[in-house]
Design a protein around this ligand. Structure first.
Ligand code: PMP
Length: 401
């Protein structure tokens, strides 16, 4: 039965990490997978997160019994408040349904399952480019028509707003439109408030269904409130929509798989019904979510002092990223590297879409031992004061060739 198995590469990004790990070159650099690194190129556990982990482990009242299918109620409350803000009218009016998920990927999948199988929606729009897993998730859930709206203007290295609006204006009623809440992956370029308002007008006009993937709340600006602006704006405009939330990056809880699927509905009576219907897709899939990470997040966000400490560390992390952006741009300019490089500091979050082409990327990987995706995306968190000169010189060299 297994006779025709072939080795495939389901996620090139993990393959890139494998290549990096096997590389013996001393100055090798990993700018691939989206994880935070310190200036010493070390993985990082946020201190207050670590403190809360110890508290959870040592709490004698906690056990390993199953969580409800919808997850840890305390976590769902604090996570949803972090996304929507304390003044959210929909929250006050109890028009928000929140379901704990196994991180952001699983929140996307649960939403896609529900929208395809229960709501019978068939068409989904993605920004071009987007996170490579989006399309696969919606395909596996049962969506049939995959469309894109232009996002990145290759030549100008900025958002292609006129064509983005044009594409959404031609979308039909009931199409799902996926947006990135902040720190767009892979471009690192987000819409301004004015641009988001234009997008929202088109959504209302064409009766489209927004799905906001917020995998990097706090990682764009260092301020989770600012990074949640579009979600809060859509809620304040009275839209019905869904948003996926992840604590992989902003709490560094990657492998604990902590996420939340938030749905805003028009009537509070719909909330228990919607949650129960979502459970129809949770139960035959993973049945109920893991508890540990949700307990840690509840402690971080549920205590004023812990939350303040987390916010301070988040700022330190994003400041380091911003500083690396500045230095990379400066060094590329000082080396008289052909082309413009100011987009690196106009972008935010983990990633920069450098504009390097596939040939240049291949040279960086093969000849310079610098690992990045074929699209030219680099993880700025992989840069540090020790490798930045080598990276800038290498990029400059392959661009000049
Ligand atoms: N959405 C986007 C846009 C992402 O970049 C990621 C992480 N790469 C995710 C969702 C999911 O991450 P996780 O499942 O770890 O929360």
């Amino acid at each position: 039965i297994f006779a025709d198995m072939k080795v495939v590469i389901p996620a090139p990004i993990f393959h890139l990490t494998k290549m990096y790990n096997e590389d013996k070159f001393e100055k090798k650099v990993n700018l691939g997978v989206g994880v935070y690194r310190t200036d010493e190129n070390k993985s990082f556990t946020i201190p207050v997160v670590k403190k809360c982990e110890f508290e959870v482990v040592n709490d004698p009242t906690l056990d390993h019994e199953y969580l409800p299918m919808s997850g840890n109620p305390e976590f769902r409350k604090v996570a949803t408040e972090l996304l929507l803000g304390p003044d959210c009218k929909a929250l006050q009016e109890k028009r928000v349904a929140a379901v704990q998920t196994a991180s952001g990927t699983n929140a996307c999948r649960l939403a896609a399952d529900f929208l395809a199988k229960r709501m019978k929606l068939r068409t989904v729009y993605f920004p071009m480019p987007t996170w490579e897993n989006h399309m696969v998730i919606f395909d596996h859930a049962g969506f049939k028509q995959f469309k894109t709206y232009p996002y990145w203007h290759k030549k100008r290295r900025q958002i292609d707003m006129p064509r983005l609006l044009e594409a959404l204006a031609s979308a039909n009623e009931g199409a799902v439109v996926l947006f990135h809440g902040s720190a767009h992956n892979p471009t690192g370029m987000d819409l301004t408030k004015k641009q988001w308002k234009q997008v929202t007008t088109v959504i209302k006009m064409n009766k489209l269904f927004p799905f906001v993937d917020t995998a990097y709340q706090g990682f764009a600006t260092g301020d989770p409130d600012r990074d949640a602006w579009i979600v809060r704006y859509m809620a304040s405009e009275g839209l019905e929509f869904m948003a996926a939330q992840s604590f992989s990056k902003n709490m560094g809880l990657y492998n604990e798989r902590v996420g939340n699927l938030v749905s805003i509905v028009s009537d509070p009576k719909l909330v228990p019904a919607l949650i129960s219907e979502l459970m129809m897709y949770v139960r035959p899939n993973y049945s109920n979510p893991p508890a540990f990470g949700s307990r840690v997040v509840s402690r971080v966000l549920g205590d004023k002092k812990n939350k303040e400490e987390w916010l301070k560390t988040l700022c330190e992390m994003t400041d380091r990223v911003k500083n690396m952006r500045k230095q990379l741009m400066q060094k590329l300019q000082d080396l008289n590297t052909p082309g413009r490089w100011d987009h690196i500091t106009r972008q935010s979050g983990m990633f920069s879409f450098t504009g390097l082409n596939e040939e240049q990327v291949a040279k960086l990987v093969k000849e310079k031992h610098i690992y990045l995706t074929a699209s030219g995306r680099i993880n700025i968190c992989g840069l540090n004061t020790k490798n930045i000169d080598y990276v800038a010189e290498s990029i400059s060299a392959v661009v000049k060739e």
